[in-house]
Design a protein around this ligand. Structure first.
Ligand SMILES: Cc1cc2nc3c(=O)[nH]c(=O)nc-3n(C[C@H](O)[C@H](O)[C@H](O)COP(=O)(O)OP(=O)(O)OC[C@H]3O[C@@H](n4cnc5c(N)ncnc54)[C@H](O)[C@@H]3O)c2cc1C
Length: 443
């Protein structure tokens, strides 16, 4: 009898509990990967990044991993290879949980078991609880408890002893249209370089948009090319390593929050914010498109949105600045921005994205208070002090030297290369956002 191994976003070999389980079972294994639903609607960069992750995994895998067109094909393939069981990594996010429940039911009706093993987290979502057994709603106490769990040593996986049965699905992943570096080896190399390059200064360097002060591991973590346990065991106790550990924990905190509150993938964590007055994406489409395309007339916002379009990644501080701008300067609901990020971010993660947006919008856990409105000009001057970040992504401002890129309106030639005028007045819209909050609170 064979066992089907269903690769999800665990596109790695080492430190993969589910893969270790299927190998330990001693059964012949048929590995499969299913093209994610909605794949064709993703941006080219996101599609290519997923293809690159898969190709890297396949290159290191001793047998062909069969590509399936849709999840309902799992049952047909399991039947064809006479599998008694399907093994996969357990998902904890809203969509992943629904999908695995549906597939478990379909398989069960055919007499096939779905065994879900492990996760992409050091501490499984749902594990960290208060003394009374309820979930935590605030990050700092979550971190204190999370730190007390020992994630254990990375799991060594050997593919040598396994027996494989290839399944020819006749379907292939679309061909990449450009090259993206990805995969388990690249993730390990990226971490090793980050430890040499930037980890010792991470506490300060992580906020600078113009510098490469962060790990750039979010893509690898989102695709499961590396397990956070593999990162955590290599960290010491220096202040910067502690800060990095805390960032890994933010990812786990949001996964935990989403696990306990699955509706907050698309709905307000703090429900009262659903009643606030918001802009209409159809009526105010021009403003929305200007934000999406990086043409708001606010240099840091535009650099960040163009960084997203051209690289599929955006600096964390820039994510906060553009999210604040969309919600508080343009008054759109956070979900509109979260969907745009989902389409374009190669590190898209349902929990970190939904709750990163809700935090910035002021309606999430630990919410940065709604009345905190990021000033995009001051953020630029502080976290891109020499203007290099803006010049890199906004060619219409490359003629301006140093920090002057942040205030092109102060220079006679500031707009000479066609940089757009500001689409709104930040000071005015800040007051408007606060007035809307006051109206909400007064209701
Ligand atoms: C509006 C908004 C949307 C976001 N959407 C996503 C998303 O879809 N996917 C995603 O991985 N991160 C998201 N983040 C969090 C954060 O911006 C990215 O994880 C980070 O920029 C990735 O770069 P890095 O790997 O170099 O991070 P590093 O600073 O090197 O951090 C290491 C790892 O810690 C985790 N991490 C760091 N900061 C955060 C954070 N604030 N919240 C959760 N996890 C964090 C990530 O897994 C990251 O790879 C979002 C933040 C905001 C404000």
């Amino acid at each position: 009898m064979a066992t089907l191994y269903w690769f999800r976003n665990d596109l790695r070999i080492q430190d993969n509990e589910a893969l270790a389980r299927v190998i330990d079972s001693g059964e012949a294994i048929t590995p499969v990967f299913v093209l994610p639903e909605g794949f064709s609607e993703l941006s080219e960069i996101r599609k290519n990044s997923l293809i690159a992750s898969f190709i890297a995994l396949q290159a290191d895998f001793p047998t062909k991993i069969s590509i399936l067109h849709k999840h309902s094909d799992l049952l047909a393939v399991a039947n064809q290879v006479s599998a008694g069981k399907v093994i996969s990594m357990r998902a904890y996010d809203t969509t992943g949980k629904l999908l695995q429940a549906k597939i478990a039911q379909e398989l069960f009706e055919a007499g096939i078991a779905l065994e879900l093993v492990g996760s992409n987290y050091a501490v499984t979502p749902g594990t960290v609880l208060k003394d009374d057994g309820s979930p935590l709603r605030v990050y700092t106490p979550f971190y204190k408890r999370w730190s007390q769990f020992d994630p254990g040593r990375p799991i060594q996986v050997s593919l040598q002893t396994a027996r494989w049965i290839e399944y020819q699905s006749g379907f292939e992943l679309p061909t990449a249209t450009f090259e993206v570096r990805a995969g388990e080896k690249f993730a390990l190399e990226t971490f090793a370089k980050f430890r040499k390059r930037a980890l010792s200064n991470y506490s300060d360097g992580r906020n600078r948009m113009d510098q490469s002060g962060t790990s750039h591991l979010s893509h690898a973590l989102a695709h499961g090319e590396i397990h956070p346990r593999t990162l955590l065991v290599q960290l010491g106790d220096s202040p910067s390593e502690e800060t990095f550990r805390k960032e890994i924990c933010w990812r786990e905190f949001y996964a935990d929050v989403l696990f306990h509150n699955p509706h907050t993938l698309t709905e307000y964590y703090n429900e009262e914010f659903a009643r606030m007055a918001y802009a209409n994406p159809e009526k105010d489409q021009e403003l929305l498109v200007a934000w999406q395309q990086g043409k708001t007339g606010y240099p840091v916002v535009d650099a960040a949105m163009r960084q997203l379009l051209t690289t599929g990644w955006m600096h964390n501080r820039a994510r906060m600045v553009v999210a604040s701008f969309l919600v508080k300067d343009l008054h759109f609901e956070w979900q509109i921005g979260a969907s745009w990020f989902e389409e374009h971010l190669t590190d898209f993660d349902p929990a970190s994205n939904a709750h990163g947006w809700q935090w910035t919008a002021g309606c999430g856990t630990d919410a940065s208070p709604y009345y905190r409105v990021f000033n995009p000009i001051l953020q630029g001057l502080k976290f891109d002090p020499n203007g290099d970040y803006v010049r890199k992504f906004v060619p219409e401002l490359r003629h301006l030297v140093g920090a002057s890129v942040h205030t092109p309106w102060e220079f006679i030639d500031g707009y000479s290369l066609g940089y757009p005028a500001q689409i709104v007045d930040h000071a005015k819209e800040r007051d408007e956002a606060l007035a809307r909050l006051k109206a909400l609170k007064g209701q």
